[in-house]
Design a protein around this ligand. Structure first.
Ligand code: SF4
Length: 948
């Protein structure tokens, strides 16, 4: 496909826009007769991952029902293409097991009994409880906890309007280690690789098949390859991505930084670095390392010190650590140097989220970009906030002045996001309680480690007063809520999104397609649930109405933010909320719309997306204008400040914006790390992960010179844990699954529904001749799970692997459950904190309004491994380190497929051992965390300080 053009001239097979009102196709079900079907095509945005690809809903003109989803060719990021998960939205909206009405529990929490309630009752109940908490000064007991965000800034604004520090997210089980590594370099916590224009692409993990911006990135990686770029993949598994690569580097997990630093050494030693870029744009003048101080020294002397410091990272050392051949490391380093400014890379989960110290591979990777001058360049590595556009709504509330220590506790002052996965342990330690808890498209009982600790927390009404699960599907977490509130899928809701998916900035508008179409025809709806199936609502209208319920007369100062910007005093509608943004906050959109005789809102409803601009490279070099410089002064190091805040930097006598770091340059040397008690990590480094072979030896009480207990706690095996010690990779995803929401997408489950244990043939021999299909028992530090083996050469020896996304279970056999994706289980607490789960019934065909449910041919729902993992908060980034040291053996005769056992007393003890390795705040000046490090919903600066 040629590149996106706003006039649609890049299209080959997609319906042209002028035919969207009456698109004609032949009815496949009528074949061999030629029967025409007429559709209205309405754009929306996929909700099945965070890429926000553009979709077209094909609405059958005869039935008024959505018949299918295809790509929206007018969307600049996805360019008319979707992955398998986008079209599967059709399954989700027509799923006979979906939640259609607001439900309230009857009986005890977790008993699985529900009755229908009304939206008015829900708003009244939560409005009253939250108002009371706020009036009693307990606003921090209100918590919003998001799994899939799928929107930009809406909730941040709601929470700041409420004046509370109550935003929690899933990010610390996902990407926060990678984010810390990126952030320390350049403030931006996400990379935005320009794959399409690169000459060499290095992927750490499986981004081509299942990356964070999967479809938009995959097509641009292929664009790059077709234009001659080479692709290298570092991954212990022979993933589909690795199979497409020119180089596959099957690293032993956790050693990736050693390989990257060895590449950096090659580039330094061979003097193939970009000296001009390094000299201008890194803070080399602040370098202090191994007794060398750069202050007053030449650039060349600083480079010499770097060479000496990284001398230990020989390719041979990296080979010994990682298993990747030294000559391959050298070859790739030279290819990267040759690509120069056109070197692109991506790291998001994989090694970053699997390992203790997982933030170091991101730092080491950016070192390669700094050395090659490939930051902000065409074909290089860019910063997410340069390529993402977040439109601002009307009337924004001030930042909250409180600090919630359950979200950002003092032990992890450098965590980029909330310490969400240890919440049950915080409550167990008596650090606080929750009065009103909203989980939003979020299923921690199933997707988090240590799910039984979550069950224990959620069922305790002292700890969690009132819990609403805002969800499109039934889930393991929803069963432990008080209310299950049905929220819409992609075609049933509004959201505005942008992602840094290529070298350009864009917005995508998700919209409830049936409502939009019926309003076009003249119908009127007050709320989206009136046009959706059942009473499925959307969060935007829910939060607006809840804000009014909390502050009905406006006396708390909340309601004002949810009144119409055009008619204060009246409740804002979503047409007004988004219409105001499109008119006032999106450069160029009003003019573009006007050319077609449309308002900006009509334009977005018609096309579903808008490309804001492509002038995105080298934003650090933007010169400061005269007005920006008025009243500014140049401080030490060339930093330009205005009213006490850094606004730019002098580079070669020119005043430019620079980066949002303390030095306004790329921070090769991080003084922040030294200031916050990690002086050994001021430079990108490699240190050994919690699953390194040294850590394995220590767990067996064998001597291990290469294990340092300062960074990793010694694993203490439960008494009945037997078998050989392995590293378990539990976080690779199957490209067609979507966490919890694939459970109601029959097309997707038909493709993938098993998650066996990958075992290398060498290890299969060591384990006593394991064959594919044998039943294996995998012991973790807190319990075990039982599953089948899959013997495969597509995995590094010494490592076993099991995909996440599978192993759904349900406690009810038939009612209020997703039957095609889950096993019916017997769940028992057999002692204090000791939990057993046994599968009673596999997936089987069943009667429903969808005839396909009688045709379900698969029986396996997989095995839920995550629930047997203890929490591993990285002492620096706070991120859960997902990889597990496990003991593997053949299952005993009494073990059955899917058996699970966990002792949550052990999980609490593991949490304590990891917590002890953190180095808590305060930092300099009594700070809770560095002022320059952002938060999702940033409080006022004053809240960053501990109260005296
Ligand atoms: S990559 Fe797939 S799941 Fe993600 S938004 Fe695009 S189509 Fe949807």
């Amino acid at each position: 496909m040629t590149d996106f053009k706003r006039d649609g001239s890049h299209l080959a097979y997609c319906p042209p826009v002028e035919k969207w009102d009456d698109w004609v196709e032949l009815d496949p079900e009528a074949w061999p007769r030629r029967v025409e079907k007429h559709y209205s095509l309405v754009p929306t945005v996929c909700f099945n991952c965070e890429s926000a690809c553009g979709m077209l809903a094909y609405i059958d003109k005869e039935t008024g029902q959505v018949a299918k989803f295809e790509g929206n060719p007018m969307h600049p990021s996805s360019r008319g293409r979707l992955c398998a998960k986008g079209p599967a939205t059709i399954n989700q909206i027509h799923d006979p097991d979906r939640v259609l009405y607001p439900m309230k529990r009857v009986g005890e929490r977790g008993a699985g009994k529900w009755a229908r309630t009304s939206w008015d009752e829900v708003l009244e109940t939560f409005g009253t409880r939250i108002r009371k908490a706020m009036q009693e000064g307990r606003g921090e007991e209100v918590m919003y906890h998001v799994g899939r965000p799928g929107a930009d800034f809406f909730m941040e604004r709601v929470l700041q309007a409420w004046g509370i520090d109550g935003h929690n997210s899933h990010t610390n089980v996902c990407s926060s280690s990678a984010r810390l590594g990126y952030l320390l370099w350049h403030f931006s916590d996400r990379p935005s690789p320009d794959h399409a224009n690169a000459r060499f692409i290095l992927l750490l993990s499986a981004h081509l098949e299942s990356g964070h911006y999967f479809n938009p990135h995959a097509q641009r990686i292929i664009d790059g390859k077709m234009a001659g770029a080479k692709l290298a993949v570092m991954d212990p598994r022979l993933s589909n991505t690795a199979s497409m690569a020119d180089y596959w580097m099957p690293t032993y997990p956790g050693t990736e930084a050693a390989v990257l630093l060895a590449m950096a050494k090659v580039i330094l030693d061979e003097n193939r670095y970009d000296a001009v870029f390094l000299k201008n744009w890194t803070n080399w003048e602040e370098l202090e390392v191994d007794g060398f101080t750069a202050k007053g020294q030449s650039f060349e002397a600083a480079i010499g010190a770097l060479k000496e410091h990284y001398a230990q990272f020989t390719p041979q050392f990296a080979e010994k650590e990682s298993g990747v051949r030294a000559d391959v490391i050298v070859k790739i380093a030279r290819e990267i140097a040759t690509a120069g400014s056109r070197f692109a890379s991506h790291l998001w989960r994989g090694s970053a989220s699997g390992n203790l110290g997982g933030w170091q591979p991101a730092r080491a990777l950016v070192l390669l970009h700094a050395l090659t001058g490939s930051i902000g360049t065409e074909g290089g590595h860019s910063l997410n906030h340069w390529n993402k556009f977040v439109a601002k709504p009307f009337k924004n509330p001030p930042p909250q002045t409180r600090w919630n220590e359950i979200l950002y506790p003092p032990e992890w002052p450098l965590c980029t996001h909330e310490m969400s996965f240890v919440l049950p342990h915080f409550l167990k330690e008596g650090r606080g309680r929750i009065e009103a808890y909203f989980t939003r498209v979020f299923n921690p009982v199933w997707t988090y480690p240590d799910g039984f600790s979550w069950i224990e927390m959620l069922r305790d009404e002292e700890k969690v007063g009132l819990h609403a699960a805002l969800t499109p599907t039934w889930s393991e977490t929803a069963w432990f809520a008080d209310y299950v509130l049905p929220m819409g899928f992609s075609s049933e809701r509004h959201d505005l999104m942008s992602q840094e998916s290529y070298a350009g900035r864009w917005i995508g508008f998700r919209q409830p397609v049936n409502r939009v179409l019926r309003e076009r025809a003249g119908e009127k709806f007050e709320y989206t649930y009136q046009a959706n199936p059942g009473e499925v609502w959307e969060e935007d209208e829910f939060w607006i109405n809840l804000s009014w319920a909390i502050d009905p007369d406006g006396s708390m100062g909340i309601r004002q933010y949810f009144e119409s910007p055009y008619e204060p005093g009246r409740k804002v509608t979503l047409d007004e909320y988004y219409g105001w943004m499109f008119e006032n906050s999106v450069p160029g959109l009003p003019e573009t719309a006007k050319k077609e005789g449309l308002t900006p809102l009509q334009y977005m409803r018609k096309y579903g997306a808008y490309e804001v601009n492509r002038d995105v490279y080298k934003q650090n070099e933007k010169t400061l204008s005269e007005s920006e410089l008025a009243g500014a002064k140049v401080e030490q190091g060339g930093i330009i400040t205005k009213q006490g805040k850094a606004v730019g930097v002098m580079i070669n006598d020119e005043a430019v914006v620079g980066y949002n770091t303390p030095s306004r340059k790329l921070e090769l040397f991080s003084k922040t790390m030294a200031d916050w008690k990690w002086p050994e990590f001021t430079l990108p480094e490699y240190y050994r992960s919690h699953i390194h072979r040294g850590a394995q030896a220590a767990s067996l009480e064998r001597s291990a010179d290469d294990f340092d207990p300062k960074y990793a706690p010694v694993v203490q095996w439960p008494k009945d844990a037997h078998g050989e010690v392995y590293t378990l990779l539990p976080i690779f995803r199957l490209p067609n699954l979507i966490h919890t929401r694939s459970g109601n997408a029959k097309f997707l489950y038909e493709i993938s529904h098993k998650n066996p244990l990958w075992v290398n043939p060498e290890d299969a021999k060591t384990l006593g001749g394991v064959r594919t299909g044998d039943l294996m028992k995998v012991h973790t530090e807190i319990g075990f799970f039982v599953l089948h083996a899959w013997v495969t050469e597509g995995l590094t020896p010494g490592v076993v692997a099991c995909s996440h996304h599978l192993g759904r279970w349900r406690i009810n056999q038939d009612e209020n459950v997703e039957r095609m994706s889950s096993a019916w289980v017997d769940l028992k607490e057999v002692g204090n904190g000791q939990w057993k789960m046994r599968q009673l019934q596999n997936v089987s065909p069943y009667d429903s309004p969808d005839a396909d449910t009688k045709r379900v041919w698969w029986s396996d729902a997989g095995v839920h491994q995550d629930i047997t993992f203890p929490v591993h908060p990285d002492p620096v980034s706070g991120m859960h380190c997902w990889h597990q040291m496990v003991r593997v053996e053949k299952a005993a005769p009494e073990d059955r497929y899917g058996d699970i056992f966990v002792d949550t007393n052990l999980s609490f003890a593991v949490y304590q051992r990891w917590k002890a390795l953190a180095r808590p705040a305060p930092g300099p000046g009594g700070l809770r965390r560095p002022l320059w490090i952002p938060r999702v919903v940033r409080p006022a600066d004053s809240a960053y300080y501990f109260k005296k």
